[in-house]
Design a protein around this ligand. Structure first.
Ligand SMILES: Cc1cc2nc3c(=O)[nH]c(=O)nc-3n(C[C@H](O)[C@H](O)[C@H](O)COP(=O)(O)O)c2cc1C
Length: 202
């Protein structure tokens, strides 16, 4: 079975994105081990002189490095990703390169009608940065709009169309992981490039 890390893309204690990932963890438990990880205890990013990461950022990087794939669920704040998620990605691209060639599935939930579509577009762009360089599943979006009304009291998605779409996208993601494991001819070079890349030497 594949091992996936699911990043809760917010520091809010109450989050429909966390509910979505908890639902996926349970709903897909026969297909994948999904471990939810939190970003709320990471300190605010501020380039440490010696590139030493805080222990919790280092531990998160190690989990991502070891995983077969990553799911990131993002809320939408002011048409982009929350500062807490950007903060986590800054730590995860500073002196560590766990995302290089890592298969990533993006999901998102927001209270509005568009269900985090603009945040998801930004997240794709961010994950393409030279020190992140993830393999983002193409041409796929799971946009959970009106997310406050999307779950029942047990945290299950209520809309059958949403469930059908999520089932399909998750099945695709498992295939995507397999396919990406074959597209690995440039992995060593990509990793070396990301490791040696520095914005400080421009
Ligand atoms: C500062 C701020 C900006 C927001 N901007 C948007 C937005 O641009 N689009 C949107 O659909 N929802 C927006 N929202 C509502 C969020 O979708 C909602 O607060 C929530 O973060 C959804 O994710 P969560 O349940 O995981 O926290 C905003 C909320 C805040 C606090």
């Amino acid at each position: 079975m594949v091992n996936l890390i699911a990043i809760v893309g917010t520091n809010s204690d109450k989050s429909t994105n966390r509910t979505l990932l908890e639902y996926m963890q349970k709903h897909f438990e026969t297909q994948a081990n999904i471990e939810l990880v939190e970003i709320k205890d990471l300190p605010l990013f501020n380039k440490p002189d010696d590139k030493t990461l805080p222990d919790n950022a280092k531990a998160l990087a190690e989990k991502i490095e070891a995983a077969d794939g990553v799911i990131i669920s993002t809320p939408e704040y002011d048409h982009s990703v929350p500062a807490a998620l950007m903060n986590a990605l800054s730590w995860l691209s500073y002196g560590v390169v766990p995302f290089v060639d890592k298969p990533v599935m993006i999901t998102g939930a927001s209270y509005g009608t568009l269900g985090s579509s603009r945040a998801q577009q930004h997240l794709r762009q961010i994950l393409d940065a030279p020190e992140l360089k993830a393999r983002i599943m193409p041409s796929s979006e799971f946009l959970l709009s009106h997310s406050l009304q999307a779950f029942d009291g047990d945290g299950n998605l209520v809309d059958e169309e949403n469930i059908t779409l999520l089932n399909g996208l998750f099945a695709d993601f498992l295939h995507f992981i397999e396919i990406m494991s074959q597209l690995n001819q440039a992995h060593a070079a990509n990793k070396a490039h990301a490791e040696n890349f520095s914005w400080d030497n421009q």
